[in-house]
Design a protein around this ligand. Structure first.
Ligand code: B16
Ligand code: MG
Length: 219
């Protein structure tokens, strides 16, 4: 029986993925690296340092910098990202999400956040959604990032539920892989070709309907 929902944040609750991409693009330009089109999905859901290493690998520069230099690059990306998210307001909650959260609450479902972002609490504050969730996984406590299932397992444990009692929402292929590795029902939001491992796929958050997702989950 369905008892809980688990949400990724960037790209699911709000379109902060475009801010991450903008900030990474600026750093890549500084380092003379051109990001290929697949970076748009590949950078989603990955930790800050994993994302930086992926960007350096696009320029064959993974071993070109010391750990201290890499930490400085990650910090400068995050400084720009923090500036960009200052502009967020409740109007930036993606279409269909506020209704989905209301419906879930009315149906007594428990909800948690499984975001790789250390900035998730700040973003939820800007969106005035801090009180909408029963738990937020602290990404600093993770041993492994998405596509490892750890973050979705912790988000499920925080709700005191079993894997077959939750539905998890993701916009990244690494995230969908993590959900499936956690043996949970995966809702993918975005390109069906990229998110093909999900159990239920919609092109955008505006297409999310709790009733329709429940039907697919029950089937
Ligand atoms: P930060 P999600 C992820 O959030 C983003 O998709 C990814 O692009 C970012 O690198 C990661 O958070 C870490 O974010 O630098 O803010 O700690 O999609 O898992 O909600
Ligand atoms: Mg995401």
């Amino acid at each position: 029986m369905l008892k809980g929902l688990i949400f990724d944040l960037d790209g699911v609750i709000a379109d902060t993925a475009r801010f991450h991409l903008q900030a990474w693009n600026q750093l890549a330009k500084r380092l003379d690296i051109v990001l290929p089109p697949e970076a748009n999905d590949a950078l989603r859901g990955r930790s800050r340092l994993d994302s930086l290493n992926l960007i350096l690998s696009y320029g064959n520069k993974v071993d070109a910098y010391s750990d201290d230099e890499k930490a400085a690059f990650a910090k400068s990306k995050n400084d720009l990202y923090l500036e960009l998210i200052q502009t967020l307001t409740p109007e930036d909650i993606l279409p269909g999400i506020a209704q989905l959260l209301r419906d879930a609450k009315a149906q007594g479902l428990h909800m948690s956040i499984a975001s790789a972002s250390k900035n998730a609490p700040t973003i939820l504050q800007h969106l005035q959604l801090s009180d909408a969730f029963d738990a937020i996984v602290d990404p600093a406590k993770l041993h492994r990032g998405k596509p490892d299932p750890e973050i979705f397992e912790l988000a499920q444990q925080a709700l005191h539920l079993n894997a077959d009692e939750v539905i998890s929402f993701e916009d990244a292929s690494a995230g969908v892989q993590a959900i499936k590795a956690a043996n949970q029902f995966a809702v993918g939001i975005g390109d069906a070709k990229v998110l093909h491992q999900a159990d239920y796929i919609v092109p955008s958050t505006a297409d999310l309907s709790l009733d329709a997702i429940r039907q697919a989950f029950d089937a």
